[in-house]
Design a protein around this ligand. Structure first.
Ligand SMILES: O=P(O)(O)OC[C@H]1O[C@H](OP(=O)(O)OP(=O)(O)O)[C@H](O)[C@@H]1O
Ligand SMILES: O=c1cc[nH]c(=O)[nH]1
Length: 168
C-alpha cells in the first residue's frame, strides 16, 4: 500500500479491541499513558472513548532512546507526566506506530523508573511490522505493509491524519 488509510475506522477498531481486552482481564481502572507526540494524541482519543476514570499520562522517551548519544535532542522534548503512581497498576501504553519496537522498549524502561506496574498493555494505531526487538502490541488499529523506503506518519492534532511518505 502506498497511500494512508483513513483514521476513523482504525480508531474505532482499536477502541473495540482494547475495550474487549480490558473487560476479559477484569481491568476496571487502568492508567493510560501516551507516548509524545503522536501516541499522546491517540491516547487522548482512546481515553475519552473508553471513559477511563484515571487521568491520562504522557511519556517523552527522548532520554531513554538507545541512539540518544548519537541524535540531536529534539527541541520539542517535553517532561513526562504520570499523574498517579504506576506501582501495582495496569498501564495501557499507547503509541501511533510500532515499527522496530525500540520506542516501546525505551518507554517501558522509563515506566519502570517510576515504579513496578502489575502489567503493561500495548496499544498502537498502526503496526507496520519490521520488528527488531521481541515486542508485540496487544491491540492494534490496523496492520500495514509498506513498500521499501516509505514510512507512515501521524499528523495532528486537529485533525488527526495518517500520511505515507518517503522514509527520512
Ligand atoms: O517502533 P519504532 O521503530 O521505534 O518506531 C515507532 C515510533 O516512530 C515514530 O516516532 P519518531 O521517533 O519517528 O518521532 P516522531 O514522534 O517525531 O514521529 C512513532 O511516533 C513511534 O513512536
Ligand atoms: O513508518 C514508520 C516507522 C517508524 N515510525 C513511524 O512513525 N512510521
Amino acid at each position: 500500500m502506498s497511500h494512508a488509510p483513513p483514521i476513523a475506522p482504525l480508531l474505532d477498531h482499536l477502541t473495540t479491541s482494547l475495550r474487549t481486552l480490558l473487560s476479559e482481564r477484569g481491568e476496571t481502572s487502568p492508567l493510560m499513558v501516551g507516548i509524545h507526540t503522536g501516541g499522546a494524541w491517540i491516547a487522548a482519543d482512546l481515553h475519552r472513548r473508553l471513559e477511563l476514570t484515571e487521568p491520562l499520562g504522557t511519556l517523552d522517551i527522548a532520554f531513554y532512546r538507545d541512539d540518544f548519544s548519537s541524535r540531536r535532542l529534539n527541541p520539542q522534548v517535553k517532561p513526562s507526566y504520570l499523574p498517579v503512581p504506576v506501582e501495582d497498576r495496569c498501564v495501557i501504553l499507547v503509541d501511533d506506530v510500532i515499527f522496530s519496537g525500540r520506542t516501546i522498549r525505551a518507554a517501558m524502561n522509563e515506566i519502570f523508573d517510576y515504579g513496578r506496574p502489575a502489567s503493561i498493555v500495548l496499544a498502537t494505531l498502526i503496526d507496520r511490522g519490521g520488528r527488531e526487538l521481541p515486542i508485540a502490541p496487544d491491540a492494534v488499529g490496523e496492520r500495514l505493509a509498506l513498500p521499501p523506503g516509505r514510512q507512515i506518519k501521524l499528523r495532528g492534532p486537529d485533525p488527526l491524519e495518517l500520511v505515507v511518505e518517503e522514509q527520512t
